[in-house]
Ligand binder design. Structure first.
Ligand SMILES: Cc1ncc(COP(=O)(O)O)c(C=O)c1O
Length: 378
């Protein structure tokens, strides 16, 4: 059955639970073949109405803030991990109340908080994030290893004498990458930090593993994890965000007007700035169902958003038939990052959130309104 996009409110994100389940099965196959534990990174996908489904396959979540940790604790109820470049003093006790693992970005942070962890009355495992100073990413804002990066401890700043009480190491250096990049990264991590791994319980290899992409090499991932497990006798964790919900979500929007300024420009009831900020930040051009590259089909349009930002432009697309006011357009791969990064700039409303599965069909879970807009300001 295909989803009847016309039956949704507009704009609306919709996640197809059949596609999500397929991704989760692929991730679980890695867990089965290696004994590694995979966590959902909430920064990439926080749609908590599907956390019960995600929790059937994955071990828990990783969070980057108090609110994410609480969301994972309350809505999934499995392992909760945390990493942030620095923790906020007055939030730390509450953060600990949700967490099973806490990763520190520096030995300063570890030394500042280690007694509070020890006296928390809970068994919380701690780690240091390392910066192996090796990455293959091309986009600087997504590269944690650029020169003078604040993320993770470099070999020069590593303090083996402060490892007492530390259970693991963590690195996150990948972004939408395949397992060949991971394999090369692991070689560098081993050269620089291998002697410490031998004494630790676990290694968390962060996110950025595009495991559920069609051309992802699962065998190299499995070999790499099993190699680490055998050589160092450690538990391996992965914490992908994107790979969990990659290509499982769509956003439906509606054409509000078509104007001409040297080309046809369709103004939609959505916005790059508000509803898909990575289109501007990364930048990238999301796929649209039934549309081609500009000029590929007879009728080309620039898609623009409904904010006043001049650069609120989503991209250029061509169609076989001319578009009309009121037509629906469907953007692909909108579950990850887009949904968590929305904002209400210009007072633009947030897209509704819906799910689809065979049993229940379309379920509109949440619609937003003025209260959501005024509630975040005062
Ligand atoms: C520490 C950490 N873990 C996990 C992730 C998730 O990465 P991705 O969504 O690319 O898999 C990120 C993303 O920035 C991260 O910074």
């Amino acid at each position: 059955m295909s989803i009847d996009f016309a039956a949704l409110p507009s704009p609306c994100y919709i996640v197809d639970e059949r596609l999500l389940t397929r991704n989760l099965e692929i991730l679980d196959s890695v867990q089965q073949r290696t004994g590694c534990k995979i966590l959902l990174a909430l920064k990439g996908f926080s749609m908590h109405s599907v956390f019960p489904l995600v929790g059937k396959y994955l071990y828990g979540i990783t969070s980057s803030s108090l609110h994410e940790a609480r969301l994972g604790y309350e809505k999934m109820g499995k392992e909760v991990h945390a990493y942030a470049p620095a923790y906020v003093d007055h939030e730390f006790d509450e953060l600990m109340s949700y967490c099973d693992h806490i990763v520190f970005n520096s030995f300063n942070q570890w030394n500042r908080y280690k007694d509070r962890v020890k006296n928390s009355g809970k068994s919380i495992e701690c780690a240091i994030r390392i910066n192996p100073e090796y990455s293959e990413g091309k986009t600087p804002i997504y590269d944690p290893c650029y020169k003078h990066s604040r993320l993770g401890v470099t070999l020069d700043s590593f303090r083996p004498e402060d490892l007492d009480g530390i259970d693991g190491l963590h690195f996150h250096t990948l972004c939408q990458q395949n397992s060949d990049t991971l394999k090369r990264t692991v070689q560098v991590v081993e050269e620089k930090f291998g002697e410490h791994l031998k004494k630790l319980k676990w290694l968390n290899m962060g996110g950025g593993h595009h495991i559920t992409r069609a051309d992802y090499d699962l065998d190299t991932l499995v070999e790499t994890i099993n190699y680490l497990k055998d050589k160092y006798d450690i538990q391996v964790y992965l914490e992908p965000g994107e790979a969990v919900a990659l290509n499982t979500g769509f956003m439906v929007a509606t054409v509000l007007d078509i104007v001409d300024n040297g080309m046809d420009i369709a103004i939609l009831d959505t916005s790059a700035a508000c509803h898909m900020p990575d289109v501007l930040e990364m930048p990238y051009r999301p796929d649209v169902i039934g549309a081609g590259e500009p000029g590929e089909f007879a009728h080309t349009y620039r898609f623009g958003g409904l904010t006043c930002l001049a650069g609120d432009v989503i991209g250029d697309y061509s169609f076989k038939e001319p578009l009309k006011i009121g037509d629906r357009v469907v953007f692909c791969d909108m579950a990850i990052y887009s949904m968590v990064k929305t904002n209400m700039f210009n007072g633009v409303n947030l897209p509704a959130i819906a799910t689809y599965n065979e049993e229940d069909g379309i379920k509109v879970i949440r619609q937003f309104g003025f209260e959501d807009y005024s509630g975040r300001l005062s």
